[in-house]
Design a protein around this ligand. Structure first.
Ligand SMILES: [Fe+2]
Length: 313
């Protein structure tokens, strides 16, 4: 696959210092001005000031300069002209208006999640000891930025841009919901496109070590802001990931996730697993209930629409 990884996302918010401090408290370090990183990857979330909440850019890795040439050719075929330099290509999303920058780059490998002893029926793996999770006093840190979900007023054109133009692959679709799960790495999805009246971000997602890490980090967030929880903990059907959706202080929804499907053989996935007939209400195989309608559409959608209008978008 020409595309190999989702590198980072740039979020524009009115108060980037507030959002930076929020993620610092969740264990993401400031690795450069306006840049948040995880232990293995220095740049995961970049923050800039904007007068309304939106995604400014996403950065994607590809394997070679030849990949960039091929992508530029495909973009030209759909009438788009990217900026290009040595080892990179940049194009403005024609519907959603953020920049997509593709670079010849390799995402740093992730340090494996620590193994933990677990008792289970028929398995005595932790005799005479309490689980470290039960007595843990600090919440675990995110391991990496994993995906972003966009609402688009023209989902078909958006999907065509990412698939036909940039080379993302389709993992699954919910046709009646107009939802398309796209990947640029082994993750089941790095991008999900949903219909929306205005171009907007639905959520961004960071990967955690395991379900306990999701639970501990989510609980830590709710401890700081009791109304932050939107949906979770649960397990999605499409992508299989365990999730907890919460609100950040800028009003953006983020997801703590773990155990997402990984696709290493595109042909095998397409033949054996990919489905394009999911019911529109296929969301979770188990879950704790959606507490706010923010899950479907940001509550500040009018402010986002006004911001786009001010920006001439
Ligand atoms: Fe998600």
């Amino acid at each position: 696959m020409a595309l190999t990884d989702l590198l980072d996302i740039t979020l524009a918010v009115p108060d980037p210092a507030e959002l930076e401090a929020f993620w610092n408290r969740r264990g993401m370090a400031t690795t450069a001005p306006g840049q948040l990183g995880t232990a293995d990857r220095a740049s995961q979330i970049r923050l800039i000031e904007g007068d309304y909440r939106h995604v400014d850019a996403v950065r994607v890795a590809c394997s070679s300069q030849d990949d960039l040439v091929a992508i530029a050719g495909r973009l030209a075929a759909i009438g788009l002209s990217p900026e290009q330099g040595d080892g990179w290509l940049s194009i403005v999303d024609p519907v959603l208006s953020h920049t997509v920058r593709i670079e010849v780059a390799t995402a740093a490998p992730l340090t494996p999640a620590p193994a933990r002893s677990r008792n289970a029926p028929g398995i005595l793996d932790r005799p005479d000891r309490r689980s470290e999770v039960a007595v843990r006093s600090t919440a675990p840190s995110p391991r990496r930025f994993g995906h972003v979900v966009f609402g688009s007023p023209d989902p078909k054109r958006t999907v065509d841009f990412y698939v036909d133009g940039l080379g993302f692959r389709v993992s699954d679709t919910l046709p009646e919901a107009g939802a398309t799960f796209l990947r640029c790495s082994k993750d089941h999805h790095n991008l999900l496109v949903l219909p929306a009246p205005v171009a907007c971000m639905n959520h961004y997602a960071v990967e955690m070590d395991d379900v306990d890490a999701v639970g501990l980090a989510g609980t830590d967030t709710v401890g700081e802001r009791p109304d932050a929880s939107i949906y979770g903990i649960g397990r999605h059907v499409v992508g299989s990931n365990i999730f907890w959706y919460l609100l950040d202080p800028a009003g953006g929804m983020f997801e703590l996730f773990t155990d997402m499907d990984q696709i290493t053989d595109d042909d095998r996935w397409d033949a054996e697993e990919r489905r394009d007939d999911w019911d529109p209400f296929t969301i979770a195989t188990y879950e704790s209930g959606i507490s706010k309608m923010d899950f479907f559409l940001p509550v500040d959608i009018d402010a986002i629409a006004a911001g786009r209008e001010r920006a001439g978008l």
